[in-house]
Design a protein around this ligand. Structure first.
Ligand code: MG
Length: 160
């Protein structure tokens, strides 16, 4: 079976998201627990999350749907829902939970928190999605879930 980690990193970059951006979100989620935490310290956890096949599949699926909605190659009602990032459409969050579920309750609560706070690249994706033509309906949740999972992994591995 192929490892899609490099492909996923390139795909995220093609949508304006770097692993550095995700590490910064993970650092934000851990900042209350660790003074002077650097995003570089979260990078290993981000890369580890990106190594999981289920995470890779969620990235491939979510970004494909965003791109297809931009190109208008989906069912027209679904296109319209995704383009508006309709508030009652929750499938983007459900896909993101699939990532968080691999990393336990800290990942899930962190995901809810960063989704509300819209920190860093997530705020940027959200704003960009309001422009006509750009659909970031799935990717903002995927990025939040990867950051939340990396923060959870970091928290569990921390040894005093
Ligand atoms: Mg979304």
């Amino acid at each position: 079976m192929e490892d899609y980690r490099t492909k996923c990193i390139e795909l995220l970059e093609s949508r304006g998201v770097t692993v550095d951006d995700i590490a910064d979100c993970a650092r934000f989620l851990q900042a209350d627990y660790h003074v002077d935490l650097k995003k570089e310290e979260l990078l290993e956890s981000v890369m580890s999350v990106l190594s999981k096949r289920e995470v890779q599949h969620a990235i491939l699926t979510g970004i494909a749907l965003d791109v297809a909605a931009e190109q208008g190659t989906l069912d027209k009602d679904l296109c319209s829902i995704l383009r508006r990032d309709e508030g009652l459409y929750g499938v983007d969050e459900v896909l993101a939970y699939g990532i968080c579920n691999l990393y336990g309750s800290i990942a899930l609560t962190n995901f809810g928190f960063i989704d509300k706070k819209k920190y860093g690249i997530i705020a940027k994706l959200n704003d960009e999605g309001k422009d006509s033509g750009v659909v970031n309906t799935f990717i903002d949740d995927i990025v939040g879930a990867i950051a939340a999972s990396a923060a959870s992994r970091f928290a569990h591995r921390w040894v005093k």
